[in-house]
Design a protein around this ligand. Sequence first.
Ligand SMILES: [Zn+2]
Length: 233
Amino acid sequence: MMETFISLTWSQDVEEGEAHVLVYTVTYLVAQLGKRLPFWFQFQAMPPIRPFGDWVILMMPQGSAYSSMDWYIKHSVTPDGRAVDGLAYLRLVEMEPWQSSTPHFDLALVGRDLNDAQGRSVLSVVRSGMAAVVSVHQLRRSFEKEERIVKLSHLVAHNFGRVVGIPLPGRKTGLQYVDEHSYCTHLCAMRPMMTLDDLVELSEQIRGRWGFYCDVCQSEMEAVFISKYYGMN
Ligand SMILES: [Zn+2]
């Protein structure tokens, strides 16, 4: 069986420091899985993280379909070129030739503004259980260095959780639905995060706290990776 890996990509306009926050945050979150499940991970490999970054497949003709991150961006920007159309981007991810043959979670960071289906500026667009595209655009306009790093790590943790598919829809408590997406109501990075204000509020609440997720969400993430390993979903 093929191991589910975590693909991290970013567009050319993402700064080195921002890309580091993406990689370090996801690395930290995966390490937490290993800490909480030492017995299990003693025998199984940790989910591998592949930071492809601003990637290009050199074996493919330059500029051909699915051959680079740049191609994905070019084929999902809005007509004025200012924003990435989140759904258009996720459709490309969904259609990529290796999507079904190499199971993976996909988290992408872009520097441009990001639009949802209604053309509104958003922090991220997510296809639960598969992929998310996250924009640093709003954070750049509102925050300087350190604040931006802290808030970006919370934004990454939230969207990594959504890519993995937590909170699980079957949960009995602490679950809230907004626009058919499930969120956590605990003190947790999986609370609803529709706007920059939501992110700022959450960031204040969980700052200085150990970890990003509540116990329920953390356990659910572990369950997802274990079931992926055994091919149960
Ligand atoms: Zn939670």
